[in-house]
Design a protein around this ligand. Sequence first.
Ligand code: SF4
Length: 484
Amino acid sequence: MPKHERNDVMSKYSGYMDKVAKFDLSTGKLETYPWSDKNKELYIGGKMMAAKILYDNLSGKEEAFSEENMIVITTGPLTGTGAPSSARFDVAAISPETGAVEFCNCGGNFGYYLKKAGYDALILTGKCSEHSWLDIYNDSFVLHNADMEGIWGQRVVEAQAAVREILDRDYGCRVKCGIVTIGTAGEELRPYADIFSQERATGKGGIGAVFGWKNLKAIAVAGNHRPTVKNQEKLTAWNKKWIDATRSHALTAKQLPKLGVTEMRADAGELNTLSQGCLSCPIKCGFADVKACGEVDAEREQFGLLGGDVLAKDLDKMLVKMDASDKLKTEFAFMMQNVLESISATGQCTFTGLTALPAESSIEGAVGKCMNKLAPFISFINKHPGIMFFPLSAFYHDREMKYAVGMKMNLGKYMRCGERGYTLEKYMKALFCDGELCQCLADEGNKEALEKLLKAYYAIRSWSKEGVPTEATLKKLGIKKGSN
Ligand code: SF4
């Protein structure tokens, strides 16, 4: 089928499909959810977009297993444009694990194919009346009976294969598509259940159980659209430069493809694994188990990390024993979180940010002590990110946004945008906990040190001392209810 660009796009920005689908699983009603250019600038994509949609639609009184709970699946403007490592997507909903809103970022290929179907995001409300799976092809949304087709009750890999087989049968050809499925844990409403795109998992929050409660086993998405890009020639040249840098950097060319993020799993060496990666990614850090029959199973990270994507074996060392002042640690964390948050929202994997770092670094000993002198400087930048208006040559992301989307970005804009997204995410979580946020991670050994850091960190973010964003902070960041 010929590929075509959407002819009803009104946005001044490329990259976006300029359409958000809202589908009611109870009634089968399909609507277009408004998403303005102003929203695109304030909440770039991915998790930020989901946070704003949930902010506008939830009051904090809703429950995970209720028809009011919405599943929001979002992409970023770079997804599907050919930008490296950009096929990822976000899923958000009220979590049965925590009772608060949870946001997950997932690899695989579903984000790419959601854009191919013509959508930047998909909002699911209501509940299917019977065990179902959703087949989306461009503007056609069809719910299939998952019992009759033998898909309900299957594990992830089998369910994906079964959906694939039905699509091949119905479309009469091997249609290129993205599929997300839950396994039996989701059907059984286990509060830690994941959803999977290929072998990649959402990894936290138990949103698989929300799928299960809504009687939704899988979503297949396909279409023949594609996003426009602002300047194809410049984008292609810039992508090549970036991919070359990724393939020559010690972290993205050696550590991640070799070790992934699961080196801490005790039996890692005994597993038969395959290094896989998300669509469009030159890094390919994923490791999937391979069964005796040769079938590829789910990714290993979920078993090794149980949701905590930390590249450190020694948390004490990270949190307490760094020879850096609390001031430096918190200011640096604030800056990095904001930048990585924005990178992820554009659709790119946060690991692409590693190319901007020196391959080997240490903040212990004399180096750490010297770095403390940088704290006031970083603090000034954090307060006034607008001064970082120039492109940084080690930081490829801003020109990617310029050439693909036509959106002017620089380090300062990434920082401000990330701060907005991070604050709104925290605000939404607090809304469901009446401000009583989880104080986990701290054990007796590091509790005092962690509390000291948190106090400083909340102050930098202009949140309350309990870690809840205030109305004044939302206002300062331009966050307000309703359409902008
Ligand atoms: S670096 Fe790893 S997680 Fe990130 S997009 Fe590539 S394969 Fe996926």
